[in-house]
Design a protein around this ligand. Structure first.
Ligand code: GDP
Ligand code: MG
Length: 175
C-alpha cells in the first residue's frame, strides 16, 4: 500500500470554464498522467492532489474537476463549498470559450466567495496557428476583473507547475 504524502496545509481549488477547453487535461497533467488527444468530456476526475513546498511549508492543493456538469450550466454553490481558489479556463483557439468567461465571472461573483483567489488561464497555447485570442486580450480581461492571468498548454505541460505553485502561494498568503 502506498503511504499518503504528508502535508501541512490543504486547500480546495475548483477548475471551471466551458466544456472542451482542457480542464480535465490540465489536472491530469498536474497529476503526472500525461496528455490524451481524446478525453471524453463527460468523464472527468473528481479531484487530484498537487503538493508544493512554499518556504518549508508543504501545501496540498486539492484540485476539483467539474466532471462535465459545466455543459449543463449546473455548477452550483455546493461545488464551491470550502474552496479557497478558482481557476477559470478558456481555450486560446476558441473565441467563444473566451467570450463565455463573462458568464463564469458573473457566476463566481454571485457565489459571494470570501477571500477566494481567482486565476484566469488561456489553455492550448501550443496551437499558435489556430489562435483566436491574443495574449493581450486575455491579460486585459483578467486585469479588468482584478485577477492574475496565465497562458498554458496541457499538451506540453508548459507553465502548469509554476502556475499552481503561485496559486498555492497566493492562497497561503491570503488565509
Ligand atoms: P474539458 O472538457 O474542459 O475537461 O476539456 P478536456 O480536458 O476534456 O479536453 C478537451 C479536448 O481538448 C481534448 O481533445 C484534449 O485532448 C484537448 N486539449 C486539452 N488541452 C489541450 C492543450 O493544451 N492543447 C491541445 N492542442 N489540445 C488540448
Ligand atoms: Mg472535463
Amino acid at each position: 500500500r502506498k503511504k499518503p504524502t504528508p502535508y501541512d496545509i490543504d486547500y480546495k481549488v475548483l477548475i471551471i470554464g466551458e466544456s472542451r477547453v482542457g480542464k480535465t487535461s490540465i489536472i491530469k497533467r498536474l497529476n503526472n498522467e500525461g496528455f490524451s488527444e481524446s478525453t471524453i468530456s463527460t468523464v472527468g476526475l473528481d479531484f487530484v492532489n498537487a503538493f508544493f513546498n512554499i518556504d518549508g511549508v508543504t501545501v496540498r492543493l486539492q484540485i476539483w474537476d467539474t466532471a462535465g456538469q459545466e455543459r449543463f450550466r449546473t455548477i452550483t454553490r455546493s461545488h464551491f463549498r470550502n474552496t479557497k481558489g478558482t481557476v477559470l479556463v478558456y481555450d486560446i483557439s476558441d473565441r467563444e470559450s473566451f467570450e463565455k468567461l463573462e458568464y463564469w465571472v458573473d457566476n463566481l461573483s454571485n457565489m459571494n466567495l470570501d477571500r477566494e483567489v481567482v486565476y484566469i488561464i488561456g489553455n492550448k497555447n501550443d496551437l499558435e496557428s489556430e489562435r483566436e485570442i491574443s495574449y493581450e486580450q486575455g491579460q486585459k480581461f483578467a486585469s479588468r476583473n482584478l485577477v492574475k492571468f496565465f497562458e498554458t498548454s496541457a499538451k506540453n505541460g508548459n507553465n502548469l507547475q509554476e502556475i499552481f505553485k503561485t496559486l498555492a502561494f497566493d492562497i497561503l498568503d491570503s488565509n
